[in-house]
Ligand binder design. Sequence first.
Ligand code: ZN
Length: 394
Amino acid sequence: MTTLKPVYLQKVKQHNMADILQKIWEHESISRVELVELTGLTSGTITNLTQELLQTGLIRESETSSGSVGRKRVMLKLRTDRYMIIGLDIGRTSFEVVLADLAGRMIKSVEGNTVGIRNPEQVLDLVAPHLESLKTDATDKKSPVIGLGVSIPGPMDKKTGKLLSPPNFPGWEGYPIQSALERRFGLNVFIEDDARTSALAERWYGLGRKAQDLLFVTMGMGIGGGVVAKGELVVGSNGLYGQVGHITLLPGGEICACGNEGCWETVGSIPGILRRWSGGNTIDGFFQAVREGDPAAVQCMQETLYYLECALTTLFNTYDPDVIVLGGKLYPYLTMHLSEIRSRVKARMYAFVRDRLHIESATFGASQNAVGAVALVFGALLNEPLQTLAGTKT
Ligand SMILES: [Zn+2]
């Protein structure tokens, strides 16, 4: 008989504990008996692991009466206020830092302006006092911060922890953001680009509670995508999965920063729209001209919606998600066209899926990235509860 190695047993335990915690989150309130049925684990294992989760403070017990005789049942729920998460959205011209509980509810939020600052260290100097103050708030509430989630405008090399070349984000290329944040703030740091954090905001706290397969499209200075499939964020072998802004919409069109030609980003992002319009240099000015009926602006707007329609149709056919969620700095200007966009995309799809296509607006508006940064840490906690808590500074 072979003896199982302790490392293997530890892994099995971690896996089972994550499974239990996720079931408790999914069901909001669940009994130990139901956990046995859903996980296939023995009642002894469920008793031991839920006991350990109770000791960590991640879950709590609550009594409900059930059945006609009014017998009390002990239910298990996620305890959302025992620990806190800090989310940081670093944008191209601003930042937002938030303190949130495990349910993604914002306790406090601070925003700041970084216009014209191209030195990452100077941006972090601006963020630091606010972030330290939120850490103190969490300590005052006796709710330790389990991690710092960070949303950034472009991709990061996961192996080196350095930023790659985010579009329109000068000064940040090659910056070792992971180690810089860990050193400065002494927290567990989790980083993803804004399209992916936005997708995770929906996955854990928004539309994803009902949709396991979703695609988030963020439209602003660039166009990015975040893909959640069967509840998991998908990044691909080179981190390029869901780079929806780089599908070619105009063969022979403008060469994109990525090297491809005629990318959606070259025609559909804020800079892309302004280049095609050539009637001014602000997006506010462009939409003002559209409202005033300026023929060139109206023509450019029609093309913009047509590109969006083509891109979303391609994305539905490629990814087959339950829902595509739209957000980003450009999207508030397009919200009034949402029902038109829906019907135009549906008209181009296979008839049998038309009634099942969902295109929705992002749930958290201007704070989508910051809530997503929080969701990034929450997802890590549900996937690896003990490892994530082990890095928590109490
Ligand atoms: Zn491109």
